[in-house]
Design a protein around this ligand. Structure first.
Ligand SMILES: Cc1ncc(COP(=O)(O)O)c(C=O)c1O
Length: 343
């Protein structure tokens, strides 16, 4: 459907399509737009969340390159690292994870699952993490010299190939709308390394080019709520990924695929720092759990959903519009934050 001449190979890891359902009680209480949720937290159980869509493409390439070990990086409670370690093991591959921060000693949340599938865990300082690309390249070179066949996945799986998982989300949305489902004015997601936002923004743009005249959910405007860094950073990052995407998948297209004004990043909801929750966010996580039975996490979806709700109050999303929140997962990181979450 999307006119891409060189679609990459993909393996099946996620349970798709993911459900879409309304958050009726919450929407009524806010008195603004209809808020719906797309349950990408249900892409699987252990393999849950947005990263699974990216890994379908990234790990296909790793297998094509006959890799026997996957190297990647993230925070100590990285959902991406956990999903990568589990998916790799399922394919018979080892994994090496560079985790930013000190070894907490205990194995909880995502870290417990990393350990259970036998990932090689290396805890690194924030300074080392700042040079993560060269650190992973050096580790890969060392492993290659020792006879291994490593494949390196960047932070969050956020490159052109990984973002493909969200570019093609628009095919899934189109078929869900065509099947009698609603269409969207806005799509909102959490943004941590930029690949999901870049993929969605690109997907909306490319789906808009299809010109099939039918029901096209790509009329939706995509917004990322940043949970670290800044709007400026993520706008630039999304454009970088889009340019990598153009060179790799649409080389005959000479114009940039995305302009800065086509990437909407909603700023102001990351709180004190990445992975540091704040009172209003924690209160909202409890409220959404109690009113809708929907579990948000303190690192990504709690902050992004808080952004969505506050922007409804400010009028960015109007009454009569339909907003689709992509629930990108993260439930395992609820456990290490248990003391913040319950009285
Ligand atoms: C639960 C969850 N939501 C959202 C994101 C953000 O996605 P991205 O890294 O593609 O910006 C991540 C990963 O960083 C995540 O683990």
């Amino acid at each position: 459907m999307i006119p891409l001449p060189h679609p990459p190979r993909r393996i099946s890891l996620a349970n798709l399509p993911t459900r879409i359902h309304p958050l009726s009680r919450l929407s009524a209480a806010l008195g603004g737009p209809e808020i719906w949720v797309k349950r990408d937290d249900e892409t699987g159980s252990d393999l849950t969340g947005n990263k699974v869509r990216k890994l379908e493409f990234l790990l296909a390439e790793a297998l094509d390159q006959r890799a026997d070990l996957i190297i990647t990086c993230g925070g100590v409670q990285s959902n991406h690292c956990r999903a990568t370690a589990i998916a790799a093991r399922r394919l018979g591959l080892d994994s090496l994870l560079f985790l930013r921060g000190e070894d907490p000693g205990t194995r909880d949340g995502n870290l417990l699952l990393d350990a259970l599938v036998g990932a090689d865990l290396r805890f690194i300082t924030p300074e080392q993490y700042a040079a993560r690309a060269s650190l992973m390249a050096a580790a890969a070179a060392e492993l290659r010299a020792a006879g291994r066949r490593p494949y390196v996945i960047p932070e969050g799986g956020s490159n052109a190939l990984g973002s493909y998982g969200y570019v093609i989300l628009f095919e899934e949305l189109a078929s869900q709308s065509a099947g009698g489902g609603p269409e969207w004015d806005h799509i909102v997601c959490a943004t941590g390394s930029g690949g999901t936002l870049a993929g969605l923004a690109l997907g909306a743009k490319l789906a808009g080019r299809r010109g099939d005249g039918g029901s096209n959910p790509a009329q939706a405007q995509v917004h990322g709520v940043n949970v670290c860094d800044s709007a400026l950073y993520f706008r630039a990052r999304a454009i970088e990924i889009a340019e990598e995407f153009r060179q790799r998948f649409l080389p005959e297209s000479t114009a940039p695929l995305l302009a800065a004004e086509e990437v909407s990043v909603i700023e102001g909801y990351k709180g004190p720092a990445y992975a540091v929750p704040y009172a209003e966010e924690l209160a909202l996580i409890r409220e959404v759990g109690r009113t809708e039975g929907l579990l948000l996490d303190p690192v990504y979806t709690g902050k992004a959903f808080h952004g969505l709700v506050e922007e409804v109050k400010r009028g960015r999303f109007a009454r009569g519009e339909r907003v689709l929140f992509i629930h990108t997962g993260g439930a395992f990181s609820l456990f290490p934050y248990r003391l913040d979450l319950v009285d």
